[in-house]
Write a protein that binds this ligand. Structure first.
Ligand code: SF4
Length: 205
């Protein structure tokens, strides 16, 4: 975990990281290199980014950290479905579920909020109310952590929370997940499920 002054690099989209780095006098393409290390190769330390100079790596370490999640609990069902429970920095918890599919094309169902304000009648989460929104990094880290158990074919935002009720962070997380040089999921492999927040649906579109 980083110190207070450091930024979790997983909270930044590629344009945001590019802007920050160019503001520090670095070349524009550095951001793409870094994103590739983190999301395409699963690297969690700047020291392993061997195509960056030692000076740049040290500078990055001073300003940023790379959050890296391990589940606190993993429950595996007889059908191979895996439920991961993650403990957040403020000790709240969030869940993601990995569903095995034919041909090894696993799907991961991820959460976007701690709790949920929507109170859909059929849903247990709704009865607890909303605790807080997840940050973009906290949405993306559910994917990064599950990738350690093998590739994922699809991502669905159908876990805890109403994605459109946390629109800014969800859009940032989708930008990161879509990136060709990063996770590379593209829009067709990510499904967003909503309880029907119509104005936000227009904004997202
Ligand atoms: S939006 Fe989803 S998480 Fe929220 S109460 Fe409805 S079904 Fe449950």
């Amino acid at each position: 975990m980083g110190t207070h002054a450091q930024i979790d690099i997983k909270n930044l989209t590629l344009p945001e990281l590019t802007e920050l780095l160019t503001g520090l006098g670095k070349e524009k393409f550095r951001a793409r290199q870094i994103v590739k290390w983190i999301y395409a190769r699963g690297i969690t330390s700047f020291d392993e980014m061997t195509d960056l100079s030692k000076v740049l790596r040290d500078e990055l370490k001073q300003r940023f950290f790379i959050s890296d999640w391990l589940p606190e609990i993993v429950e595996t069902s007889t059908d191979g479905t895996r439920k991961y429970l993650y403990r957040l920095n403020d000790l709240e918890t969030v869940e993601a579920v990995r569903i095995p599919m034919d041909g090894g094309k696993d799907t991961l169902c991820i959460s976007t909020q701690v709790g949920c304000a929507m109170r859909c009648q059929f849903c247990l989460t709704g009865t607890f109310g909303l605790t807080r929104n997840l940050e973009a990094a906290e949405i993306v880290n559910q994917v990064c952590a599950s990738l350690k158990d093998g590739p994922l074919h699809n991502i669905v935002l159908m876990g805890m929370g109403e994605p459109l009720h946390n629109l800014n962070n969800v859009i940032k997380a989708l930008e990161i997940l879509y990136l060709d040089e990063g996770c590379g999921y593209g829009a067709r492999r990510v499904t967003l499920s909503t309880s029907g927040l119509v104005p936000q649906m227009y904004e997202l579109a």
